[in-house]
Design a protein around this ligand. Structure first.
Ligand code: APR
Ligand code: PHB
Length: 394
């Protein structure tokens, strides 16, 4: 088999890259380890920056998002029982975010790929990139007991944090930066009306809580739990009681509860690998970086990597600008580190860190109070939350 771009992984990064390349006339094949149903079964993030919304539209998959997604002009910070509104639209000169689940984005991208007939190979085992430093890289994999080879010009490693792409790069050329937080998020999905019309990020002495949503009838709520916690120990009732105890009285009283559709614990981690390329292999999305979910940046960073590689590859194939390929990693990393900083900062401000002493706790409270009490501080939060601009590829 032969293609121009071999894409490893059919998460949002791989599917969006594949769709954009296909529309630009660049042939690509996606090779994914799991089944489509498995990929769609993972409940992940739900807030899209304007840049990602525009990129999905450009990829021709914006129709359902525009019809069903919820445009949010702001969000709430709940601090010590009171709500502080962050008016994104007013603070950023008109920018907003779109609440639309990653599962739905993935479903739309899969449907578009099926409709255009681009090749996807699911349930591929032992995927392995080869000869990335040569002019003729390729990947091998097994499917239904047969071995296959896919020759290509470039390999896009979109296979998430545990994927094979990053692991295929010699360790001595990579530098990894990591912080693991001593807590996770216990998330619950339910068919209940949202407690509020915007998201609420709550700081509380019992720990952080987040009220998010997928639609006007489906909610996604989270509570901070110790990293050692087991989901089996959390009945729905215990979850709802804990969430209620961390919300301001008015929202706690209004909270509508119901049976969980899904419940899981996600660890919190900050991670970046440098560089994000090795010869003809490029890393995108979770394969190269992880953020704690507090700033809603994970999915959006995957989209900005896709934007960068896509625009570079179009210039390479249409104008012969191969020198741009060398710039992929540095362009991505400039934006990634800023989103890492924001995600780390939001996490640090809003969570209860068991190791913090009394002085550090006061500093944490005061820093957030200072930011929300100042126009400049609110603007800083807002411009990061709606997403920093994508760098132009010249
Ligand atoms: N071979 C083939 N496919 C693989 C392999 C492998 N060795 N390892 C992993 N994969 C697949 C996974 O099954 C998954 O479908 O790669 C895909 C990676 O998808 P995601 O983990 O969703 O990563 P990405 O596309 O970068 O999306 C960014 O944003 O909300 C955040 O972390 C969240 O998933 C999210 C991400
Ligand atoms: C979600 O809806 O799952 C969600 C929203 C905002 C976040 C993180 C997760 O910051």
């Amino acid at each position: 088999m032969k293609t121009q771009v071999a894409i490893i992984g059919a998460g949002p990064a791989g599917l969006l890259l594949g769709q954009l390349l296909h529309r630009a006339g660049i042939d690509n094949v996606i090779v994914e380890r799991q089944t489509p149903e498995y990929v769609l079964g993972r409940i992940r993030a739900g807030v899209l920056e304007q840049g990602m919304v525009d990129l999905l539209r450009e990829a021709g998959v914006g129709e359902r998002m525009d019809a069903e997604g919820l445009v949010h002009d702001g969000f709430e910070l709940a601090l010590d029982g009171r709500l502080e509104h962050i008016n994104l639209k007013a603070l950023t000169g008109g920018k907003t975010v779109m609440v639309y689940g990653q599962t739905e984005v993935t479903r739309d991208l899969m449907a578009a790929r099926d409709a255009c007939g681009a090749k996807s190979i699911y349930q591929a085992d032992q995927v392995q990139p080869h000869d990335m430093k040569s002019d003729s890289p390729y990947i091998t994999f097994e499917k239904d007991g047969e071995s296959y080879r896919l020759d290509c010009d470039y390999i896009a490693g979109c296979d998430g944090f545990h994927g094979i792409s990053r692991q295929s790069i010699p360790a001595e050329v990579l530098t990894e930066f990591e912080r693991v937080y001593p807590f996770g998020w216990l998330g619950l999905l339910a068919d209940t009306p949202p407690v509020h019309d915007e998201l609420i990020y709550a700081r509380h002495e019992r720990g952080f809580a987040l009220c998010s949503m997928r639609s006007s009838t489906r909610t996604r709520y989270y509570v901070q739990v110790p990293a050692t916690e087991k989901v089996e120990d959390w009945s729905d009732e215990r979850f709802w009681d804990e969430l209620r105890s961390r919300l301001p009285a008015e929202q706690a009283a209004k909270l509508v509860t119901g049976p969980s559709l899904e419940k899981s614990i996600a660890p919190l981690r900050s991670f970046v690998v440098e560089p994000m390329q090795y010869g003809k292999l490029f890393l995108l999305g979770d394969a190269a970086h992880i953020v704690p979910p507090t700033g809603a940046k994970g999915l959006n960073l995957a989209a900005s990597d896709v934007n960068t590689l896509y625009r570079i590859l179009v210039k390479v194939y249409q104008e012969g600008r191969t020198e741009l390929l060398e710039k992929y990693s540095e362009i991505c990393l400039r934006r990634i580190w800023k989103a890492e900083r924001f995600s780390w900062w939001m996490t640090s401000m809003l969570h209860d860190f068991p190791e913090n002493d009394a002085f550090t706790k006061r500093m944490q409270q005061t820093e957030l109070e200072y930011f929300v009490g100042s126009e400049a501080g609110r603007k800083t939060i807002a411009e990061n939350y709606v997403g920093l601009p994508y760098e132009e590829i010249k």
